[in-house]
Design a protein around this ligand. Structure first.
Ligand code: NI
Length: 159
């Protein structure tokens, strides 16, 4: 496993649409492993999408610290969405900024795991927020695009 560099806000890569994974090769497995390591590094993140490490593939990883532990999604598709919730989001690619974003309260997502098996997952709360946030990355969308009232909050200087 290896840490990957995180692509930052103004990089045009973050605005591209990622391509589906047609075959789960050792490269994709390594990508998943590296993405998890990069997300966990320094306890910084609860989710990371492949474009954030410069790979335009429909892959993301999430660990919101609940019983699910590490979740890996390949070729994800949100197939149901219900209700609304607002959450103050941040992003490893947009350091120092947060914004309130309105997301579905509940989602159902379909994806493949690293063995190529299809699975479905129902999520609410923070996990639903995170799934929607990461899925947006695969379509070139950042949370700041969806800030409620266009309002961006700037974090205190970090040491
Ligand atoms: Ni993000």
């Amino acid at each position: 496993m290896a840490l990957r560099n995180i692509v930052l806000e103004n990089d045009p890569l973050l605005r591209k649409t990622s391509r589906p994974v047609d075959e789960i090769t050792p490269r994709i497995i390594k990508l998943l492993d590296d993405m998890a390591e990069t997300m966990y590094y320094d306890n910084r993140g609860i989710g990371l999408a492949a474009p954030q490490v410069g790979v335009l593939r429909r892959v993301f990883v999430i660990d919101v610290g609940d019983d699910h532990g590490l979740l890996e999604f390949i070729n994800p598709e949100i197939i149901e969405a219900d209700g609304e919730q607002e959450y103050q989001e941040g992003c490893l690619s947009v350091p120092g900024k947060t914004a309130k974003v309105c997301r579905p309260a509940k989602v159902k997502i379909k994806a493949q795991n690293r063995n190529g098996e299809e699975f479905e997952l129902e999520a609410d709360g923070l996990l639903a927020v995170c799934i929607c946030h990461e899925n947006d990355h695969l379509n070139g969308i950042l949370f700041t695009d969806k800030a409620v009232d266009g309002k961006i909050y700037y974090a205190e200087e970090e040491e």
